[in-house]
Design a protein around this ligand. Structure first.
Ligand SMILES: [Zn+2]
Length: 61
């Protein structure tokens, strides 16, 4: 399973594929993959650093 973050409201959820509409805000928006791929870091499936990142910082990453 993959963790996704809604670019509109910031809602984080687990799903196999990102839905067409956000389950929280109901908007059709972009979803960012925030899954943590480092099992030994001890986080709950998603990476807090990726969740905290804002969409407009994407280009600087
Ligand atoms: Zn949303």
């Amino acid at each position: 399973m993959t963790w996704w973050k809604c670019s509109n409201c910031g809602y984080v959820f687990e799903a196999e594929k990102p839905p067409e509409k956000c389950p929280n805000c109901g908007e059709i928006c972009t979803f960012y993959d925030v899954t943590c791929y480092t099992p030994e870091c001890g986080c709950q499936g998603y990476d807090p650093k990726l969740v905290a990142r804002r969409p407009n910082e994407e280009s600087r990453f």
